[in-house]
Design a protein around this ligand. Sequence first.
Ligand SMILES: CCCCCCC[C@H](O)CC(=O)SCCNC(=O)CCNC(=O)[C@H](O)C(C)(C)COP(=O)([O-])OP(=O)([O-])OC[C@H]1O[C@@H](n2cnc3c(N)ncnc32)[C@H](O)[C@@H]1OP(=O)([O-])[O-]
Ligand SMILES: NC(=O)c1ccc[n+]([C@@H]2O[C@H](COP(=O)([O-])OP(=O)(O)OC[C@H]3O[C@@H](n4cnc5c(N)ncnc54)[C@H](O)[C@@H]3O)[C@@H](O)[C@H]2O)c1
Length: 309
Amino acid sequence: MAFFTHQIRRGFSSSIIKNGVIKNVTIIGGGQMGAGIAQVAASTGHTVTLVDTSEDILKKSRKGIEGSLKRVVKKKFADKPEAGEEFIQNVLQNVSISTDAGASVQAADLLLEAIVENLKVKQDLFGHLDELAPANTIFASNTSSLPITDIAGSTSRLDRFGGLHFFNPVPMMKLVEVVGTSTTSQETFDSLLNFSKALGKTPVSCKDTPGFIVNRLLVPYMMEALRLHERGHGSKEDIDIAMKLGAGYPMGPFELCDYVGLDTVKFIIDGWSAKDPHNPLFASSELLNKLVAEGKYGKKTGEGFYKYK
Ligand SMILES: CCCCCCC[C@H](O)CC(=O)SCCNC(=O)CCNC(=O)[C@H](O)C(C)(C)COP(=O)([O-])OP(=O)([O-])OC[C@H]1O[C@@H](n2cnc3c(N)ncnc32)[C@H](O)[C@@H]1OP(=O)([O-])[O-]
Ligand SMILES: NC(=O)c1ccc[n+]([C@@H]2O[C@H](COP(=O)([O-])OP(=O)(O)OC[C@H]3O[C@@H](n4cnc5c(N)ncnc54)[C@H](O)[C@@H]3O)[C@@H](O)[C@H]2O)c1
């Protein structure tokens, strides 16, 4: 059954964002975050184009969205399975997939990037798409740790650029950090704030400071858990149990690192440590580096601190 239209819908005129209301969204990066955001945006009546580098990856994104929608529907439509199935079909119809980023931005009110946590790669992508996207398309990044100002600097639309930081798993996590730089216009910021609300999320306003709010507090905590283990002061299992049962976290720090992706965790901490090398909060972890070198990125590869196969 063809759930997804495999091409960009034709017949759209260029994006004409009306009264700052975002309806058409192009998401670049169909990994765990991009697929999750696509699902939530499509579930709330937005038209979504999900872009990645290959059809195979996009097939995996589609499978992930379908799986997650089934879990949502199991609860939301517990006693109405037919309505649940209809909901899934409607949501999936709102999502197109594409490997052509340039074509996919033509009708976008919002271009939201969720690709690898690497400044140069993000700058190259935005710089390229800045030349192709309609002038009024708002650009936003889902970066965990990079300055929005640095990413935006690769474009000529500094007033129409902001941060939209979602949390993993996107369908379950209620928060969105909306990040304004010194050049983000109030109109753009309001559009991003209202878009987050339209997704059913609770937005908070953030300054463009390292880690915004959540990660500025979460990253040092998680890295200290890794170092505590490396000092021989606790097994990863005991640290995870302790933080779940003693501090009320739904996942322990090792479980959460695996859930986020150890490659992403390493990108974040290496970036911060390069900028602030003497800050002990941002010191790296040998164990993390070893696992990443072995290609053990956590849940997404089947092994990280724990095994998932
Ligand atoms: C060192 C540096 C690190 C920093 C990294 C920063 C990264 C980033 O920038 C910020 C973040 O995101 S930070 C990360 C922020 N994130 C966190 O901190 C997350 C912390 N973890 C949690 O909040 C919970 O463990 C979960 C909600 C993930 C799972 O809940 P649970 O109770 O432990 O386990 P359960 O029994 O499996 O699931 C129960 C029900 O949840 C539902 N459901 C779950 N996943 C779903 C999905 N994908 N779709 C749809 N539904 C989904 C489903 O209904 C399921 O019921 P089912 O009938 O069994 O299908
Ligand atoms: N994982 C998390 O918990 C989490 C939470 C919030 C924010 N983030 C941020 O979101 C972004 C994505 O993280 P993720 O966990 O989804 O990563 P991921 O590895 O699951 O997915 C990234 C996707 O981007 C694709 N990609 C890479 N370069 C591309 C390009 N030039 N064009 C199109 N697609 C490209 C990859 O093929 C991959 O499918 C990162 O900036 C990360 O810091 C991650």
